[in-house]
Ligand binder design. Sequence first.
Ligand code: CIR
Length: 261
Amino acid sequence: MTLITDYDRAIVRAVPQAYAPAYLARGIRIDAAVADAQHAEYVAALRRAGVIVTVIPADEELFDCVFVEDTAIVWGNRALVTCMSPHREGEQRGVVAALEKTHTLSRLSAGARLEGGDVLHVDEVTYVGLSGRTNERGADQLAEFLGASGRPVVRVPVHGALHLKTAVTYLGNGGVLAAPGHVDLRAFEVDEVIETARGEEAFANCVRVRETLLVRRGCVATRDRLRRFAARHAVSLMPLDLSEFEKGGGSATCLSLLWQV
Ligand code: CIR
Protein backbone atom coordinates (compact mmCIF):
# COMPACT_ATOMS: atom_id res chain seq x y z
CA MET A 1 0.00 0.00 0.00
CA THR A 2 1.32 3.44 -0.90
CA LEU A 3 1.04 6.00 1.88
CA ILE A 4 0.62 9.74 1.37
CA THR A 5 4.07 10.21 2.90
CA ASP A 6 5.76 7.91 0.37
CA TYR A 7 7.05 10.83 -1.65
CA ASP A 8 9.42 9.96 -4.43
CA ARG A 9 10.11 13.23 -6.27
CA ALA A 10 11.00 16.73 -5.17
CA ILE A 11 11.94 20.06 -6.62
CA VAL A 12 14.07 22.31 -4.48
CA ARG A 13 15.40 25.70 -5.45
CA ALA A 14 18.91 27.01 -4.84
CA VAL A 15 19.24 29.89 -2.38
CA PRO A 16 19.52 33.15 -4.34
CA GLN A 17 22.47 35.39 -3.56
CA ALA A 18 19.84 38.08 -3.09
CA TYR A 19 18.31 36.23 -0.08
CA ALA A 20 20.59 37.41 2.74
CA PRO A 21 20.90 41.04 1.51
CA ALA A 22 17.12 41.32 1.09
CA TYR A 23 16.60 40.31 4.73
CA LEU A 24 19.48 42.49 5.93
CA ALA A 25 17.65 45.43 4.35
CA ARG A 26 14.71 44.43 6.61
CA GLY A 27 16.91 44.26 9.70
CA ILE A 28 17.36 40.46 9.72
CA ARG A 29 20.88 39.07 9.57
CA ILE A 30 21.20 35.86 7.57
CA ASP A 31 24.53 34.12 7.04
CA ALA A 32 24.56 33.22 3.33
CA ALA A 33 27.22 30.53 3.67
CA VAL A 34 25.34 28.88 6.54
CA ALA A 35 22.10 29.07 4.54
CA ASP A 36 23.77 27.31 1.61
CA ALA A 37 25.18 24.60 3.90
CA GLN A 38 21.80 24.07 5.61
CA HIS A 39 20.13 23.86 2.23
CA ALA A 40 22.64 21.26 1.03
CA GLU A 41 22.05 19.24 4.19
CA TYR A 42 18.28 19.42 3.63
CA VAL A 43 18.65 18.15 0.05
CA ALA A 44 20.93 15.35 1.25
CA ALA A 45 18.36 14.39 3.91
CA LEU A 46 15.58 14.15 1.32
CA ARG A 47 17.78 11.99 -0.88
CA ARG A 48 18.72 9.73 2.03
CA ALA A 49 15.01 9.39 2.78
CA GLY A 50 14.47 8.02 -0.73
CA VAL A 51 13.44 11.04 -2.81
CA ILE A 52 14.77 11.89 -6.28
CA VAL A 53 15.52 15.60 -5.95
CA THR A 54 15.82 18.10 -8.80
CA VAL A 55 17.55 21.34 -7.84
CA ILE A 56 16.44 24.24 -10.00
CA PRO A 57 18.41 27.47 -10.22
CA ALA A 58 17.52 30.49 -8.13
CA ASP A 59 15.99 33.59 -9.66
CA GLU A 60 18.01 36.54 -8.37
CA GLU A 61 15.09 38.90 -8.91
CA LEU A 62 12.98 36.95 -6.40
CA PHE A 63 14.72 36.82 -3.03
CA ASP A 64 12.23 34.39 -1.40
CA CYS A 65 12.27 31.85 -4.24
CA VAL A 66 14.05 29.23 -2.11
CA PHE A 67 10.64 28.65 -0.44
CA VAL A 68 9.56 26.65 -3.46
CA GLU A 69 6.72 24.79 -1.75
CA ASP A 70 4.46 27.82 -2.16
CA THR A 71 4.57 27.93 -5.97
CA ALA A 72 2.55 24.85 -6.94
CA ILE A 73 0.56 21.86 -5.75
CA VAL A 74 1.73 18.74 -7.53
CA TRP A 75 -0.47 15.67 -7.65
CA GLY A 76 0.77 12.77 -9.79
CA ASN A 77 1.30 14.10 -13.29
CA ARG A 78 -0.75 17.27 -12.73
CA ALA A 79 0.21 20.54 -11.09
CA LEU A 80 -1.78 23.55 -9.94
CA VAL A 81 0.32 26.67 -10.23
CA THR A 82 -0.46 29.01 -7.34
CA CYS A 83 -1.11 32.72 -7.06
CA MET A 84 1.13 34.15 -4.39
CA SER A 85 1.86 37.13 -2.22
CA PRO A 86 2.66 40.06 -4.57
CA HIS A 87 6.35 40.16 -3.62
CA ARG A 88 6.67 36.52 -4.69
CA GLU A 89 4.74 36.60 -7.95
CA GLY A 90 7.01 35.35 -10.73
CA GLU A 91 8.60 32.56 -8.67
CA GLN A 92 6.26 30.16 -10.45
CA ARG A 93 8.12 30.64 -13.77
CA GLY A 94 11.17 28.56 -12.87
CA VAL A 95 9.00 25.85 -11.36
CA VAL A 96 6.72 25.75 -14.40
CA ALA A 97 9.82 25.38 -16.60
CA ALA A 98 10.84 22.35 -14.52
CA LEU A 99 7.38 20.76 -14.53
CA GLU A 100 5.89 21.54 -17.92
CA LYS A 101 7.39 18.60 -19.81
CA THR A 102 6.20 16.03 -17.32
CA HIS A 103 3.04 17.56 -15.86
CA THR A 104 -0.27 18.92 -17.06
CA LEU A 105 -0.44 22.39 -15.57
CA SER A 106 -3.50 24.31 -14.38
CA ARG A 107 -3.54 27.85 -13.09
CA LEU A 108 -5.71 29.64 -10.58
CA SER A 109 -8.19 32.09 -12.02
CA ALA A 110 -8.30 35.80 -11.21
CA GLY A 111 -9.04 36.61 -7.58
CA ALA A 112 -8.00 33.20 -6.27
CA ARG A 113 -5.03 33.09 -3.93
CA LEU A 114 -3.28 29.96 -2.75
CA GLU A 115 0.20 29.12 -1.47
CA GLY A 116 1.52 25.61 -1.02
CA GLY A 117 2.32 26.28 2.63
CA ASP A 118 -1.43 26.13 3.24
CA VAL A 119 -1.88 22.70 1.69
CA LEU A 120 -1.51 19.73 4.04
CA HIS A 121 -2.05 16.21 2.76
CA VAL A 122 -3.08 13.74 5.49
CA ASP A 123 -3.85 10.21 4.27
CA GLU A 124 -7.13 10.43 2.33
CA VAL A 125 -7.86 14.13 2.98
CA THR A 126 -6.16 17.39 2.10
CA TYR A 127 -6.55 20.30 4.52
CA VAL A 128 -6.26 23.82 3.18
CA GLY A 129 -5.54 26.75 5.44
CA LEU A 130 -7.53 29.94 4.97
CA SER A 131 -4.78 32.36 5.86
CA GLY A 132 -3.40 35.72 4.85
CA ARG A 133 -2.06 33.95 1.75
CA THR A 134 -4.94 31.64 0.76
CA ASN A 135 -8.54 32.70 0.22
CA GLU A 136 -11.85 30.87 -0.32
CA ARG A 137 -11.51 31.04 -4.09
CA GLY A 138 -8.05 29.52 -3.89
CA ALA A 139 -9.47 26.76 -1.69
CA ASP A 140 -12.33 26.23 -4.18
CA GLN A 141 -9.86 25.75 -7.00
CA LEU A 142 -7.67 23.44 -4.97
CA ALA A 143 -10.80 21.39 -4.20
CA GLU A 144 -11.61 21.23 -7.91
CA PHE A 145 -8.03 20.26 -8.78
CA LEU A 146 -7.75 17.48 -6.18
CA GLY A 147 -11.41 16.52 -6.56
CA ALA A 148 -10.57 15.42 -10.10
CA SER A 149 -8.48 12.70 -8.41
CA GLY A 150 -11.25 11.90 -5.94
CA ARG A 151 -9.56 13.65 -3.06
CA PRO A 152 -11.59 15.70 -0.58
CA VAL A 153 -10.38 19.10 0.61
CA VAL A 154 -11.26 20.45 4.06
CA ARG A 155 -10.88 24.14 4.90
CA VAL A 156 -9.24 25.23 8.14
CA PRO A 157 -9.10 28.89 9.20
CA VAL A 158 -5.59 29.87 10.34
CA HIS A 159 -4.96 32.62 12.89
CA GLY A 160 -1.67 34.24 13.75
CA ALA A 161 0.51 32.05 11.54
CA LEU A 162 1.78 32.62 8.01
CA HIS A 163 0.43 29.34 6.63
CA LEU A 164 -1.41 26.26 7.87
CA LYS A 165 1.83 24.27 7.80
CA THR A 166 3.57 26.88 9.92
CA ALA A 167 1.35 25.53 12.71
CA VAL A 168 0.37 21.97 11.74
CA THR A 169 2.18 19.27 9.77
CA TYR A 170 1.67 15.57 9.22
CA LEU A 171 3.84 13.13 11.12
CA GLY A 172 2.50 10.12 9.24
CA ASN A 173 0.92 7.09 10.96
CA GLY A 174 -2.19 9.11 11.77
CA GLY A 175 -0.44 11.78 13.82
CA VAL A 176 -0.15 15.53 13.38
CA LEU A 177 2.31 17.86 15.03
CA ALA A 178 0.73 21.18 15.99
CA ALA A 179 1.58 24.44 17.65
CA PRO A 180 -1.43 25.25 19.83
CA GLY A 181 -3.57 28.31 19.23
CA HIS A 182 -3.51 28.80 15.46
CA VAL A 183 -6.12 26.39 14.15
CA ASP A 184 -9.02 24.46 15.62
CA LEU A 185 -7.38 21.06 15.94
CA ARG A 186 -10.79 19.38 16.12
CA ALA A 187 -10.94 19.96 12.34
CA PHE A 188 -8.42 17.17 11.81
CA GLU A 189 -9.62 13.61 11.59
CA VAL A 190 -6.48 11.96 12.89
CA ASP A 191 -5.56 9.40 15.53
CA GLU A 192 -3.19 11.61 17.46
CA VAL A 193 -2.25 15.26 17.86
CA ILE A 194 1.16 15.96 19.33
CA GLU A 195 1.43 19.55 20.47
CA THR A 196 4.71 21.39 20.52
CA ALA A 197 6.00 22.20 23.97
CA ARG A 198 5.62 25.72 25.33
CA GLY A 199 8.20 28.01 23.71
CA GLU A 200 8.82 25.51 20.90
CA GLU A 201 5.90 26.46 18.66
CA ALA A 202 8.30 27.06 15.76
CA PHE A 203 9.02 23.31 15.73
CA ALA A 204 5.57 22.40 14.43
CA ASN A 205 6.87 22.23 10.89
CA CYS A 206 8.26 18.81 10.00
CA VAL A 207 8.44 16.70 6.83
CA ARG A 208 7.62 13.00 6.88
CA VAL A 209 9.09 11.12 3.94
CA ARG A 210 8.74 7.35 3.97
CA GLU A 211 10.42 6.12 7.17
CA THR A 212 12.15 9.41 7.92
CA LEU A 213 10.89 12.43 9.79
CA LEU A 214 12.80 15.63 9.12
CA VAL A 215 12.51 17.86 12.18
CA ARG A 216 14.07 21.05 13.34
CA ARG A 217 17.16 20.47 15.46
CA GLY A 218 17.12 21.40 19.12
CA CYS A 219 13.46 21.22 20.12
CA VAL A 220 14.34 19.42 23.33
CA ALA A 221 10.92 19.01 24.95
CA THR A 222 9.06 18.50 21.68
CA ARG A 223 11.80 16.15 20.51
CA ASP A 224 11.13 13.84 23.43
CA ARG A 225 7.45 13.67 22.42
CA LEU A 226 8.51 12.98 18.83
CA ARG A 227 11.00 10.33 19.91
CA ARG A 228 8.24 8.39 21.58
CA PHE A 229 6.08 8.70 18.45
CA ALA A 230 9.02 7.68 16.24
CA ALA A 231 9.80 4.65 18.39
CA ARG A 232 6.19 3.48 18.26
CA HIS A 233 6.11 3.69 14.47
CA ALA A 234 9.70 2.72 13.58
CA VAL A 235 10.44 6.13 12.12
CA SER A 236 13.91 7.71 12.08
CA LEU A 237 14.13 11.29 13.27
CA MET A 238 16.41 13.42 11.12
CA PRO A 239 17.17 16.68 12.97
CA LEU A 240 18.11 19.56 10.69
CA ASP A 241 19.35 23.04 11.42
CA LEU A 242 17.25 25.45 9.35
CA SER A 243 17.91 28.64 11.31
CA GLU A 244 18.74 30.74 8.25
CA PHE A 245 15.41 29.87 6.62
CA GLU A 246 13.42 30.35 9.79
CA LYS A 247 14.73 33.92 9.84
CA GLY A 248 13.07 34.32 6.45
CA GLY A 249 9.75 32.98 7.73
CA GLY A 250 10.14 29.44 6.42
CA SER A 251 11.00 26.02 7.73
CA ALA A 252 11.29 22.41 6.63
CA THR A 253 8.27 21.96 4.36
CA CYS A 254 8.72 25.21 2.44
CA LEU A 255 12.07 24.25 0.96
CA SER A 256 10.66 21.51 -1.26
CA LEU A 257 7.82 20.67 -3.56
CA LEU A 258 7.16 16.99 -2.95
CA TRP A 259 5.01 14.51 -4.86
CA GLN A 260 4.46 10.91 -5.79
CA VAL A 261 4.70 9.79 -9.39
C1 CIR B 1 7.13 34.71 2.60
O1 CIR B 1 6.80 35.70 3.25
O2 CIR B 1 6.41 34.28 1.72
C2 CIR B 1 8.47 34.07 2.87
N1 CIR B 1 9.31 35.01 3.52
C3 CIR B 1 8.33 32.83 3.73
C4 CIR B 1 7.59 31.72 3.03
C5 CIR B 1 7.58 30.46 3.81
N2 CIR B 1 6.86 29.46 3.12
C6 CIR B 1 6.28 28.42 3.70
O3 CIR B 1 6.31 28.32 4.91
N3 CIR B 1 5.64 27.57 2.94
